[in-house]
Design a protein around this ligand. Structure first.
Ligand SMILES: [Fe+2]
Length: 401
């Protein structure tokens, strides 16, 4: 039986979901990490999700558990709250020990920061990390960052884990100035599940189930100004979700303006909103006409829309489209892909090599890494980093033979 019991008494539930190390990466929801659990393929694939975000712009982050010969592996760490750890131990009782914990990305801080704690929670597991791990502002060795050297191995350098059950497909490396972008996708052969970290996401119009536990971020962003109460309805949740998608995709979408401080404070501190949950009525955003049309371009109607996240296209791949194409070609060559499980947004998504071919065709034909409309702010960031010499002109040069 999987222990994720949200009907527990409130005090013990809060305790079981508490994460005292949250100041290491101070993201919403800070010290309380609620976890949802999903059995994706009975006896084979499971996922755990938590929310992470800034200023109520929160999206799901996912740890996936795979059945392999002799036990289980964990892909993409999450903070092991008591609730999460107990559920993983329940899976171990049924399906065998956690043999490996895999951090398949070099750059995603939201995944790597939790690896040492998860490693401590399962001291017998082998740890596998993507090559090129980096820290900022000071480059530190992995052991200083809490990765136990004696059981840490590097993907592709020290071999690859559980190759009888999984195929590992690298994307990158790409030089992004401060460090490198690279990730290893994992194809779980028995179930046809393709696990990716940040490279692909699938977005749908319904907010993720995680928000059922606390819809505050959706309701906060569904408003037009800080004087409005945090009303709740299915429509308002969808509206808030569409705006979170725009924020997460473009950082500063075109139809978002920042009102003057005078305007923000005029609407703040209204009765009923003078509390931390409502940020005391401080809402420094104003959405302009047309925002919903922009959101619809990112969100699938009947099924999740699978895409390269705009923030990645514009900040990681603007001059490295060829790496993405090489990776897609490798994935297309794999037989038997049936579902996509990304580390963010919707999962699982029914998915095949035809979908991969369509994605590749689309990337080949359309304008790549645009600079207009919703892409303007990301384009501005990239151009500034390029001009300042922070990111290289040729992000693949360092890795050429
Ligand atoms: Fe990520």
């Amino acid at each position: 039986m999987i222990l994720l019991n949200n009907t527990e008494p409130k005090e013990s539930l809060v305790e079981n979901q508490s994460w005292p190390w949250w100041p290491l990466l101070p993201l919403y929801p800070y010290g309380r990490k609620r976890t949802t659990f999903k059995e994706i393929v009975p006896g084979q694939v499971w996922s755990f999700e938590q929310l992470q975000g800034l200023y109520y712009v929160a999206v799901p982050v996912r740890l996936t558990v795979l059945k392999v010969s002799g036990g289980l592996i964990l892909v993409n760490p999450l903070p092991p709250t008591y609730e999460l750890k107990s559920a993983l131990i329940d899976l171990e009782k049924l399906y065998g020990p956690i043999l490996s914990i895999v951090l398949p990305t070099a750059s995603g801080l939201e995944h790597k920061i939790f690896m040492p704690a998860l490693a401590r929670a399962f001291p017998n597991a082998e740890l596998w990390v993507c090559p090129g791990q980096w820290s900022f502002p000071i480059p530190l060795p992995l052991s200083w960052l809490g990765f136990p050297a004696s059981r840490t191995k590097t993907l592709g350098i020290d071999g690859l884990p559980h190759e009888d059950s999984c195929e590992w497909i690298p994307l990158g490396p790409i030089d992004i100035g401060l460090g490198r972008f690279q990730e290893f996708s994992c194809f779980h052969k028995k179930t046809g599940s393709l696990l990716v970290t940040d490279a692909l996401v699938g977005i749908e119009s319904d907010p993720p189930a995680l928000f059922d536990l606390d819809p505050t971020p959706l309701l906060f962003h569904a408003r037009e100004n800080g004087s409005e109460p945090l009303d709740d309805s299915p429509e308002l949740r969808k509206k808030g979700w569409a705006r979170l998608v725009l924020f997460a995709s473009f950082l500063r979408p075109a139809e978002l303006s920042i009102p003057s401080l005078k305007e923000v404070f005029k609407n703040a501190f209204k009765p009923g909103l003078r509390n931390p949950r409502a940020h005391f009525g401080i809402y420094p955003f104003a959405w302009q006409k047309g925002w919903d049309k922009s959101a619809r371009e990112l969100i699938g109607n009947k099924r999740p829309l699978v895409q390269i996240a705009p923030v990645l296209e514009r900040l990681v791949f603007p001059r490295a489209k060829s790496s993405l194409i090489v990776w897609l070609e490798k994935l297309i060559a794999i037989r038997g892909i049936r579902r996509l499980i990304s580390a963010h947004f919707t999962a699982p998504i029914s998915f095949s090599s035809d979908d991969l071919r369509r994605l590749k065709r689309n990337i080949d034909r359309r304008e790549w890494a645009p600079v207009e409309g919703n892409w303007k702010f990301l384009g501005f960031l990239d151009t500034s980093l390029l001009k300042g010499g922070v990111v290289p002109k040729d992000p693949l040069k360092e890795f050429k033979d």
